[in-house]
Write a protein that binds this ligand. Structure first.
Ligand code: FAD
Ligand code: SF4
Length: 511
């Protein structure tokens, strides 16, 4: 019997509700999943991320078979594996003689382009796992002088009817409680113990494969304890609802030594590959609020990340690619320091954020934005190099979400889609929001001495060197006022110390 329909399911599309899987006939149609070298190596992905995707794919293929579907699964080391997704699609269309090929739109512009160019007449499906389709975002953006996440978010609140009163106004009288989400962690507050998911035989087999084939990639496999099935992802989510969500709002921006997760959900990787459903997450959070078990700043803060930021960055990505990836507003050209790949630095905050990224393929938002990201912004790192690092190092990193966050939010290289001013900060911010500075070899109270916190002088060096571009930005007015209040001598000393630090980076020295 010939195949009527060939449905490709990619490693970040492991959802039974995937549009291209709807209406398929187990007797005549075939589902294809492929492990390919090209996707595992186009950047040196963290070994835990490759293990997650391959193991979750293998589990999903089994679950589809149990539901009666015909599944073709191509393993990485199958001798006929062509090594790329378009290559496998062409090969399996020829083998099955499928009359139709169905694919749900990709997360990466690069991959989608290569499939659109591969010569097969693919029937594309819009990805309904998101609240806002690419077309809907395009319509929303049309004619607007400036795109602002806050206004998009309000549209999404109205559309989803989440946390709204009967008359359509926001619960609590405001759309956004971000002001209440910026508390440092008090000494007596203890973060919940993270959920460890035990590995099964499939995951063990994948881990052995990844250890063998991707030994040169940075990052450790040893601590892999992440969900690889829908049921395990639900357990992780339930753990967060029980132990994390109530304090998520208050301590969303806090950082602490040897606390990689604090009150964060750790769900991004599971959500991005299809093991969790966005709408269910949002309605669970809303239900917890209505039940009185979590405060509004937690519920609203969490929902804002999901239907605000997450949907917004995806919209910007598909609106602006491929030009978006070339953005380099400040004309940066400095190479990414080696310590991003090793955590070998005396800056304690950087050692913590990079170290846990290598160990767990995870860092929470403020570590990514205000520690590793802030350093890259202040040091003038080439945007494409720091973008590649984020894409490689995190388990949840897929280009549609990683690129706008890094190139836009962190590097301000897109000129302001993700933020009306750069998220630049001195060591004082890190001191306020963490307990890192107490354990550091540098002194956060100093700016120009040899043992001064590098963030301090680099911050002022950044402010001075981009005065022409940022000096007119009303949101930077206070910063430039503070600069103007400094004596020329002080400004010169900060500049010189910044120059010294940047020269050390250029010489490949550790900081
Ligand atoms: P929580 O803090 O518990 O937040 C809940 C959820 O909200 C997350 O799981 C995520 O789905 C969503 N979310 C929160 N902030 C954002 C955001 N800015 N953009 C999109 N979704 C958001 N997230 C990714 O999923 N993949 C990435 O590759 C990625 N790269 C990033 C790079 C940089 C430089 C920065 C600053 C942020 C990046 N983020 C990325 C966003 C955010 O840091 C992660 O989603 C979050 O840290 C994941 O951990 P969590 O599940 O514990 O999130
Ligand atoms: Fe980071 Fe500076 Fe604090 Fe050290 S002193 S932990 S480098 S902010």
């Amino acid at each position: 019997m010939t195949t009527r329909r060939l449905c490709l399911v990619m490693g970040d599309q492991l959802s039974f509700d995937l549009p291209s899987l709807q209406g398929i006939d187990p007797r005549h149609d075939c589902i294809l999943l492929v492990e390919v070298m090209e996707e595992a190596t186009h950047v040196p992905h963290h070994p835990q991320k490759i293990a997650l995707v391959f193991s979750a794919m293998r589990h999903f293929a089994d679950a589809l078979r149990q539901r009666g579907f015909t599944v073709q699964y191509v393993h990485l080391e199958d001798p006929d594996n062509s090594g790329s997704i378009p290559g496998e699609l062409l090969r399996w269309q020829a083998l099955t003689q499928a009359a139709e090929v169905h694919v749900t739109e990709c997360g990466d512009w690069r991959l989608e382009q290569s499939m659109r160019d591969c010569g097969l007449p693919i029937q594309w499906h819009s990805d309904s796992r998101f609240l806002c389709s690419r077309d809907e975002f395009r319509r929303w953006a049309k004619g607007k002088q400036q795109l602002r996440m806050e206004f998009f978010y309000r549209e999404m609140r109205r559309k989803s009817r989440l946390l709204l009163n009967g008359d359509g106004s926001p619960v609590g009288g405001a759309w956004n409680f971000d002001e209440d989400n910026r508390k440092p962690l008090p000494k007596k507050v203890v973060a919940p113990y993270p959920l460890h998911v035990p590995r099964d035989a499939i995951t063990d087999e994948v881990i052995a494969l990844v250890a063998r084939r991707f030994a040169s990639h940075y990052g450790s496999l040893a601590s892999f304890d992440y969900p690889v099935t829908h049921a395990e992802a639900q357990a992780l989510w339930a753990h967060f609802l029980d132990f994390g969500l109530a304090a998520f709002g208050d301590y969303q921006d806090a950082m602490a030594s040897n606390e990689p997760y604090l009150f964060h959900a750790r769900i991004s990787a599971a959500l991005n590959i299809g093991l969790l459903d966005l709408r269910q997450l949002c309605s669970d959070v809303e239900a917890a609020y209505w039940a009185g078990s979590v405060p509004l700043n937690a519920a609203e803060g969490f929902i804002r990340q999901l239907i605000g930021w997450r949907e917004y960055v995806r919209g910007v990505y598909w609106l602006q690619m491929p030009e978006y990836a070339q953005g380099n507003l400040f004309g940066n050209s400095r190479s990414l320091p080696e310590f991003y790949w090793t955590a070998d630095t005396r800056m304690h905050c950087m050692r913590q954020a990079i170290g846990q990224s290598l160990t767990h393929a995870y860092a929470h938002h403020i570590q990514r934005l205000m520690v590793t990201g802030n350093f890259a912004l202040l040091a003038g790192i080439t945007p494409s190099e720091i973008c590649e690092w984020y894409l490689a190092i995190y388990m949840d990193a897929f280009e549609w979400v990683e690129l706008p966050n890094t190139l836009g939010m962190v590097m301000h290289a897109d000129g302001g889609y993700l933020g009306s001013k750069p998220y630049c900060a001195s060591g004082q911010y890190i001191k306020r929001m963490s307990n890192y500075c107490g354990d550091c070899a540098y002194k956060v109270s100093e700016s120009t001495t040899e043992d001064a916190c590098p963030f301090n002088a680099l911050y002022w060096h950044f402010v001075i060197r981009h005065r022409d571009r940022l000096g007119h930005n009303p949101r930077m007015a206070m910063v430039y006022k503070n600069l103007a209040r400094m004596t020329e001598e002080k400004q010169l000393a900060l500049w010189d110390r910044g120059q010294t630090l940047l020269a050390r980076l250029d010489a490949g020295q550790q900081l």
